[in-house]
Write a protein that binds this ligand. Structure first.
Ligand code: ADP
Ligand code: MG
Length: 352
């Protein structure tokens, strides 16, 4: 191959590549949007989807809204209201901090934001593409337009990956993508059980996920997965002061099992994945459940933020924390103890 000159990439190309790392599929985009709504203090979040999220992903919340003067830069890369200096990362309390999500979505979809803050007399709506304000229709002006609306924010992403055909090809069927969306909404609805969530297909009368506001975690599990799981749950709540973490979990007992493990794991309120925790759970349940069946586990860990690095991956899906083995070991002990005493009391009940 002949030697080519090194050239600086066009910023739009850079941004589109970066966007592809964060937004791999519609469910990733929706996760970011839900986190923004939660960060805005919302108590209601309504989601509407068409074609597995490829044609339409819409989320409406009743949070604090976006100020008119921020609307111009809200979709630019690295613009955030949540982080200002690097040190803030060690005790970040919001889901977001990188200021990349809306920018990324606007680089791979057409985004419309309608928002109203408490002190604004009306709502404003604006359309974005590649991080910037664009006219909603040719010939119209690009700025935010006043409109009617209630307090909160509605964000619509249309035609996801219209400009990334290779990514579009790697997506599954729209029903499979919709299933992933339902999973994300379900998990956030359970972890944030005081917030009312709905998720439906565009035009559908019935929602596929619906939780009431001010639900308990068990209520939310019951509203989403049914009362047959909810009635077989054991709560495991414990603080480990010397290890600087606490846990709250609802784990199924030996009466319940499913073909595919259902693990909802939150670390410091972020939905994450952990191979070591999944493995630990499989091991302890192998003594309680028939071979090839698995439990339902909701586990929320709150670890001293100084011991957790949330900034190791753009999707924030993995986190790294200090003394991982010890923390996982403590969770294991707590689970095992509760499972044993639950099965003891069952066999005791069976005898008497
Ligand atoms: P981050 O969440 O990392 O700050 P985002 O790109 O997700 O970055 O969002 C950029 C900014 O837009 C946020 O910091 C917030 O100020 C604002 N924002 C986004 N979504 C909402 C929302 N639903 N309600 C209120 N403000 C929002
Ligand atoms: Mg965000």
């Amino acid at each position: 191959m002949s030697l080519s000159r090194i050239r600086r990439l066009d910023p739009t190309v850079v941004n589109r590549i970066a966007a592809g790392e964060i937004i791999q599929r519609p469910a990733n985009a929706l996760k970011e949007l839900i986190e923004n709504s939660l960060d805005a203090g919302s108590t209601r979040i309504d989601i509407c989807v068409s074609d597995g999220g490829c044609k339409l992903l819409q989320i409406k919340d009743n949070g604090h809204g976006i100020r008119l003067e921020d609307m111009e830069i809200v979709c630019e890369r690295f613009t955030t209201s949540k982080l200002s200096k690097f040190e803030d990362l060690s005790d970040i309390a919001t889901h977001g901090f990188r200021g990349e999500a809306l920018a990324s979505i606007s680089h791979v979809a057409n985004v419309t934001i309608t928002t109203k803050t408490a002190d604004s007399p009306c709502a404003f709506s604006a359309t974005y593409s590649d991080g910037k304000l664009v006219p909603p229709r040719p010939g119209q002006s690009a700025g935010p337009r006043p409109c009617s609306g209630t307090e909160g924010t509605q964000i619509t992403a249309e035609d996801l990956f219209y400009n990334v055909p290779t990514r579009k090809k790697t997506l599954k069927s729209s029903s499979a993508e919709y299933k992933l969306i339902i999973d994300v909404v379900s998990q956030y609805a359970i972890h944030n059980s005081s917030v009312a969530f709905t998720c439906r297909k565009q035009g559908a009368v019935n929602a596929d996920v619906q939780t009431a506001s001010d639900s308990s975690v068990v209520d939310a599990i019951s509203q989403i997965y049914g009362s047959n799981i909810a009635s077989e749950l054991i709560q495991v709540e414990q603080a480990f002061e010397s290890q600087e973490f606490k846990m709250n979990a609802y784990i199924s007992n030996a009466n319940y099992n499913t073909k595919k493990m259902n693990l909802l794991l939150f670390i410091n309120h972020r939905l994450v994945e952990s191979k070591s925790i999944a493995q630990m759970i499989k091991e302890i349940y192998s003594e309680h459940l028939p071979i090839g069946t698995y439990p339902f586990v909701y586990l929320s860990l709150e670890i001293n933020p100084r011991n957790v690095d949330v900034n190791i991956h753009p999707t924030k899906k993995s986190v790294r924390f200090l003394n991982e083995d010890r923390v996982v070991g403590s969770v294991r002990d707590a689970f095992e103890e509760k499972l044993k005493s639950a099965s003891l009391s069952r066999s005791f009940k069976a005898k008497t």
